[in-house]
Design a binder for this molecule. Structure first.
Ligand SMILES: NC(=O)c1ccc[n+]([C@@H]2O[C@H](COP(=O)([O-])OP(=O)(O)OC[C@H]3O[C@@H](n4cnc5c(N)ncnc54)[C@H](O)[C@@H]3O)[C@@H](O)[C@H]2O)c1
Ligand SMILES: [Zn+2]
Ligand SMILES: [Zn+2]
Length: 369
């Protein structure tokens, strides 16, 4: 049995600084319906960076990280879905399992989850420091040796999937695959452009390749990212510029069927409708800062029958989609490991965010001992 409370080294955000402190926190034993997880790996996602850079307001102090996988170390009363020793991928939008959305199979728009408040279903957090509550980011807090999550946010996957790969299934891969398959419903032979090919954009490209989209056009400022995009299935790579829409029209013969934005910039989101053909779909995956509205030519959008849709977590149903994505990886159809550019220690997390700000590295993954 795991002694409680445990001590864990964790990357803590204090709400003001744009860097993280590596500190030792207390982790309480899991209460009813909760699960103690010993982390194996945590990805470093652009959404964590938004928080560090003050783009979104959150409760603090916060243990960052929402893209994690590990081993169940203890279970609280009443937990039946997972057992000690299971390998699990953590979901950053745990479903309440009771609201209308959840019972109708659309847990991605659950109205009962307290994930966005960074709280467990009963309104508590199992993490603290010197008696002060610490919030796990999105009720995950994966940049910690241990965390406590709700049972519905810990999905069992085969132990054959390495933790670094499993962690990425928990955010970037689920988001990219879901944007392509669940939200855009791209079919073989349809054309797609992906603007921004960091961890999330590259995951979109991987999914586009899996469903047989063609051509697949990657757009990024960084040649390093464009090389990764080619490796994962992009047929064309372009630097952004004034003639981007014209170049895409030429490659696709009039505009792409789909355009995905995976940066989170107002200007690139506004450029999406200009990249697609009549009847095409523009998909917002990148998340801009709070209170940053975009401006769209509604007349052009309506007259050309174009759609502009939002995609959150790729409308993932974690219990259905995480095991499916794990099996696709094991079958060699989703080369998630190719997304991992750097395996780092928890203490190196600030360097990973600095590299991300410079547009470097496809995906850094923290690997725990
Ligand atoms: N919708 C969702 O559910 C969801 C899930 C995860 C992440 N996100 C969001 O997706 C976005 C990307 O996340 P990430 O982890 O891939 O970040 P990242 O930093 O790894 O990737 C961003 C990429 O955009 C490129 N870029 C920056 N400015 C550019 C420009 N002007 N033109 C072209 N390329 C440019 C960078 O070079 C980089 O490759 C973030 O906003 C993140 O919050 C959304
Ligand atoms: Zn993420
Ligand atoms: Zn719900």
């Amino acid at each position: 049995m795991i002694p409680a409370p445990l001590k864990a080294r964790a990357a803590v955000h204090n709400g003001e600084s744009s860097s993280l402190d590596i500190r030792t926190i207390d982790v309480a034993a899991p209460g009813p319906g909760s699960v103690l997880v010993r982390l194996g790996a945590s990805g470093v996602c652009g959404s964590d960076r938004h928080v560090l850079d003050g783009d979104w307001q959150l409760p603090s102090p916060t243990v960052m990280g929402h893209e994690g996988a590990g081993t169940v170390a203890a279970i609280g009363e009443g937990v039946v879905d997972v057992a000690v020793g299971d390998h699990v991928i953590l979901s950053w939008f745990y479903p309440c399992r009771r609201c209308t959305a959840c019972v109708s199979g659309r847990s991605y728009v659950c109205t009962g989850s307290r994930a966005e408040e960074c709280l467990l279903p009963d309104g508590t957090s199992a993490l603290s420091e010197n008696g002060t509550r610490v919030f796990p980011y999105l009720a995950v807090g994966s940049m910690s040796e241990y965390t406590v999550v709700p049972e519905s946010g810990a999905i069992k996957v085969p132990a054959a999937v390495p933790f670094d790969v499993a962690s990425l299934i928990g955010c970037s891969i689920a988001t990219g695959y879901g944007a392509v398959v669940n939200d855009a419903a791209v079919q073989a032979g349809q054309s797609a452009v992906v603007v921004g090919t960091g961890g999330v954009g590259l995951s979109i490209i991987m999914a586009l390749n899996l469903v047989g989209a063609n051509p697949i056009i990657a757009v990024d400022l960084s040649e390093e990212k464009l090389a990764a995009a080619r490796e994962l299935g992009a047929t064309h790579t372009l630097q952004p510029g004034n003639d981007l829409a014209a170049q895409i029209q030429e490659i696709t013969g009039g505009g792409a069927d789909f355009a995905f934005e995976a940066i989170g910039r107002v200007q690139t989101i506004e450029s999406l409708p200009g990249l697609i053909t009549g009847g095409g779909k523009a998909v917002i995956v990148g998340l801009p800062p709070q209170d940053a509205p975009v401006s769209i030519d509604a007349l052009e959008l309506a007259e050309s029958g174009k759609s502009l849709i939002g995609s959150n977590y790729g409308s993932t149903v974690p219990g259905r989609d995480f095991p499916r994505l794990a099996e696709l990886y094991l079958a060699g159809k989703l080369p998630v490991d190719k997304l991992i550019s750097d395996r780092i220690k928890l203490d190196e997390v600030n360097e990973a965010f600095d590299a991300m700000r410079r547009g470097e590295r496809a995906r850094s993954v923290i690997v725990f001992d």
